[in-house]
Design a protein around this ligand. Structure first.
Ligand code: ZN
Length: 284
């Protein structure tokens, strides 16, 4: 139920980009600061001097929200056309698309269905550094690159995290999480060597989620949900033959006095193929 709420919050944040997922004070959100993201805690010196030392409030605001990929084209996968002659809706294509779907969706605890993940899914190992309140933790963490390649791996990095059940400060944990982009955390550390210094850190933020793991059962459930009216779509990068060069990867130009044409590498494709981001929507 909580995840559902978080995802709903995330969805609104992604559309409006002004609601704060992690913060209580969305009013603090203005245009993103142009400052370079801090890479180490040592580099994040206190942002300003005259700050009230007694202020120990925590303000978390989106800094660089994770951008969902935009699709250049949209198409529809109709289950009713499955395996008909000439239809692209084949069993194999459905399985391929569902593999991508699993990387882009999580289990929705509320409806027992699927919800779009707010960002790339990965596994994180963390040690809790500080409880920031409202289920948000400042952690020191290692995480793997996401399977879709959109999130690079990191080690010994500070991050903000919302686990399902928050462990105590100093405890270790492992979780499957979705990255929701970078947030700015304004707080007063309680750990050495920064304890008591008011500062702002810009960090990757994650929420714990329940990934889709069982491909076969998951696909059957997915098909049943689509047939009963659930609306799902998946983003994929598809390769098509290049129209400019006819799929050759080069164009020809006649040369004076020579029998052979000059081959000019095509500038709009890679070896005759162009990659197009497509959103495939599923219908019964
Ligand atoms: Zn080309």
């Amino acid at each position: 139920m909580r995840l559902l709420l978080i995802l709903a919050l995330t969805a609104s944040r992604l559309s409006a980009q002004e609601t704060s997922l992690f913060g209580k004070k969305p009013s603090a959100v203005t245009a993103p600061e142009p400052a370079a993201p801090a890479t180490t805690i040592g580099a994040s010196a206190p942002a300003d001097g005259p700050d009230d030392a007694a202020d120990t409030s925590v303000v978390i605001t989106p800094f660089k929200p994770f951008a969902q990929p935009e699709a250049k084209e949209t198409r529809t996968f109709s289950l009713a056309k499955m395996n008909r002659p000439l239809a692209f809706e084949s069993t194999r294509e459905l399985q391929r698309l569902f593999s991508a779907f699993m990387l882009q969706h999580v289990t929705d605890a509320g409806s027992a269905g699927f919800a779009r993940a707010p960002g790339p899914i990965t596994t994180i190992e963390y040690v809790v550094q500080q409880d920031l309140g409202d289920g948000r933790l400042l952690v020191k963490a290692n995480w793997n690159a996401s399977a879709d390649g959109r999130l690079p791996a990191a080690s010994e990095a500070f991050a903000v995290m919302m686990p399902e059940k928050a462990p105590a400060v100093g405890e270790k944990g492992t979780a499957v999480v979705a990255n929701v982009g970078m947030v700015a955390v304004r707080f007063t550390p309680t750990f050495a060597p920064l304890a008591g210094r008011r500062l702002t850190m810009r960090r990757e933020a994650f929420i714990e989620c329940a990934p889709l793991t069982d491909g076969t059962a998951g696909l059957q459930k997915f098909v049943d949900l689509v047939r009963s009216g659930s609306e799902f779509s998946v983003f994929t990068a598809e390769k098509f033959p290049c129209k400019t060069c006819g799929g050759l990867g080069f164009t020809r130009e006649a040369q004076k006095g020579k029998l052979e044409d000059k081959r000019i590498p095509c500038t709009v494709c890679e070896q005759g193929k162009v990659t197009v981001r497509i959103e495939t929507k599923f219908t019964p």
